[in-house]
Write a protein that binds this ligand. Structure first.
Ligand SMILES: [Zn+2]
Length: 254
């Protein structure tokens, strides 16, 4: 799979009079770091909308001060403390069924208050579960505690898994977590992207999300991300959408 395959896929959207929708999510923001500066610099230079998932319990005043300079960045809630509560051999999960639901939901509420305190109501009521995992039994409760959006990984089952909750997922993870934790590679990244776009065009019609992790990305991942955003900016037939536009935001939270 090559950049040419992506160009061809976008051409198919264009030929059918449609616009392919991409969006960009970056996870694990907690502090003002050199890596965050690099991320924000890429956002500014390309002009592409960025949705940044912030870990409430770890978020610092320095992060709030830094992001105050970037009013165009959409902020999402990345769980509560990014702590794994699954048993050692299970997949990592903070929002699983390993603890009472009331405890997990209580943490999410505390996390939202922390984001409000730091960002003055600027964060969108959108939950990005750490490791992209959440117990299915918790999802119907999310609108009740104020969330209007949910973002995990892979094809979404429905655009609205429960009434009042819009799901917009990511489909391409630039980091190879199972292997060397470096870039997944250009061929693998483009394959995931083109396949997700193809599925969106034929059936799902969902926006296709690109997931970056500013704290761990190697040079190859940064290079690919820059190339992709530049391409999306200059090609016709594709748009990078803002999180604030993809997730229906609500007037106020209870
Ligand atoms: Zn994370």
């Amino acid at each position: 799979m090559s950049w040419h395959a992506l160009d061809k896929e976008i051409a198919r959207w264009r030929d059918s009079g449609r616009t392919a929708e991409l969006w960009w999510r970056d996870d694990d923001a907690a502090d003002a770091t050199v890596a965050l500066d690099r991320l924000l610099d890429l956002h500014r230079k390309t002009g592409m909308p960025l949705a940044l998932a912030v870990v409430p319990a770890l978020a610092t005043q320095a992060l709030a001060a830094r992001l105050a300079e970037e009013p165009g960045v959409d902020l999402l809630q990345h769980g509560y403390a990014h702590v794994n509560h699954a048993p050692p051999l299970d997949k990592k999960c903070e929002l699983g069924a390993h603890r009472p639901a009331m405890m997990v939901l209580g943490e999410l509420g505390t996390g939202w208050l922390a984001l409000e305190r730091l960002f003055g109501g600027r964060a969108l009521p959108v939950l990005v579960p750490p490791w992209n995992r959440i117990a299915p039994a918790l999802v119907p409760t999310l609108p009740e505690i104020g969330f209007a959006g949910l973002s995990t990984f892979g094809p979404r089952p429905r655009a609205e898994p429960v009434k009042g909750l819009r799901q917009v997922n990511v489909h391409l993870d630039l980091v190879d977590w199972q292997g060397h934790r470096g870039f997944v590679g250009e061929a693998a990244a483009l394959t995931a992207l083109v396949m997700a776009l193809d599925t969106a065009r034929h059936s799902s019609n969902e926006p296709v999300g690109v997931l970056s992790h500013h704290l761990v990305m190697d040079e190859a991942a940064w290079d690919f991300l820059r190339s992709l955003l530049e391409r999306a900016r200059t090609m016709s037939g594709v748009e990078v959408r803002a999180g604030s536009r993809l997730f229906k935001s609500r007037e106020a939270r209870p």
